[in-house]
Structure formats: C-alpha cells, structure tokens
Design a protein around this ligand. Structure first.
Ligand code: HEC
Length: 140
C-alpha cells in the first residue's frame, strides 16, 4: 500500500507541471489581447495637440512641410504638388471644409500611420514635428 501511494504521487507531479504550463499560456494570451484591440482603434485619434499654435511652431511646421509633404500636397495644401501625376490617388485639399472638420488627433493618426499611397511618417518625423505640421496645414 505504502509503495503504491508513492508511485501515485510521482505520477501526479508531471500533471501539475502541464496544468501550470497551460495556465501560463492562457495568461499570456490574455495579456497580449489589448495590443490587438489598440490596433483596431488607434489611440491617437482622440489626442489633443500638445504643441501651441504659435509663430514658432507654424514656422517649424512650414519648413518640414516644404521638405516632406509639398511634393504631393502642393504649396497651399490644395493636393496639386508636382509628384501628384504619378500617384494613384489625389491628396485631399487641406483648405476644404470637410477636411477641416477632422480633429488634430485624426490628422496625427493619418500622418503617423499613412493612408493608401500616402507614406507613413512614424519613423521619419518626431511626434512634435508631426503636431507642428498639423498646426501649419490648419493655417492654410
Ligand atoms: C507620396 C506623396 C505624399 C507625400 C510625400 C505626403 N502625402 Fe499626405 N497624402 C497623399 C495622398 C495621395 C493622400 C490621400 C490618400 C487617401 O485618401 O487614400 C494623402 C493623405 C493625407 C492626409 C489625410 C487626409 C484625409 O482627409 O484623410 C493627411 C493629413 C496628409 N496626407 C498629410 C501629409 C503630411 C503632413 C505630409 C508630410 C509630412 C504628407 N501628407 C506627405 C500623398 C502624400
């Protein structure tokens, strides 16, 4: 009898380890679920612009715009830059009322992540630069 229960105890040990491992995997799956949720609703859409719309930020935004955005979006943001003819889509007119209805956070998302043929600027521009450009294109 004594020997039997010893064997049973030895047999149960791997069971605990397996149960522990499964519980661990399930916990990890739950831990990673919020990341997927964030991707479907970009958290930046509701963000307020932390950069003041002053002369300095408009000037900074303007110089980045000339360098990075002008070729497609054109001098006055009309969507008629010299590179436009090569594109499959025409950029929106930044002076249009419908465009202006969008929040700064919406624009920040689109500049950060890109949109169809519009390139993403997540790695090319700092967050501050992206907000400065938003201030500038709002002034057009
Ligand atoms: C290669 C050309 C190209 C460059 C460079 C480019 N864009 Fe665009 N952009 C586009 C096109 C085309 C669209 C329209 C995409 C669509 O609607 O699918 C667009 C869309 C946008 C939109 C979204 C408009 C809306 O109402 O949905 C914003 C904001 C924008 N661009 C800002 C910028 C800024 C700021 C820069 C510079 C940092 C820039 N773009 C550089 C081509 C470009």
């Amino acid at each position: 009898m004594k020997n039997n229960s010893m064997i049973q105890r030895k047999m149960k040990l791997p069971g605990f380890i397996i149960t522990g491992a499964i519980a661990g995997v399930i916990t990890l799956l739950f831990a990673f679920t919020p990341i997927h949720k964030e991707k479907t609703t970009p958290p930046c859409a509701g963000k307020a612009n932390p950069v003041a719309k002053d002369a300095a930020s408009l000037e900074a935004g303007k110089s980045i715009y000339k360098f990075k955005c002008y070729s497609c979006h054109g001098t006055n943001g009309k969507g008629n830059g010299p590179k436009c003819e090569e594109l499959d889509k025409t950029p929106q007119d930044f002076t249009n009322a419908d465009f202006k209805k969008q929040t700064d956070g919406d624009l920040f998302c689109k500049i950060t992540e890109g949109k169809t043929v519009m390139p993403c600027f997540k790695h090319q521009l700092t967050k501050e630069q992206r907000w400065q450009i938003i201030n500038y294109i709002r002034s057009l």
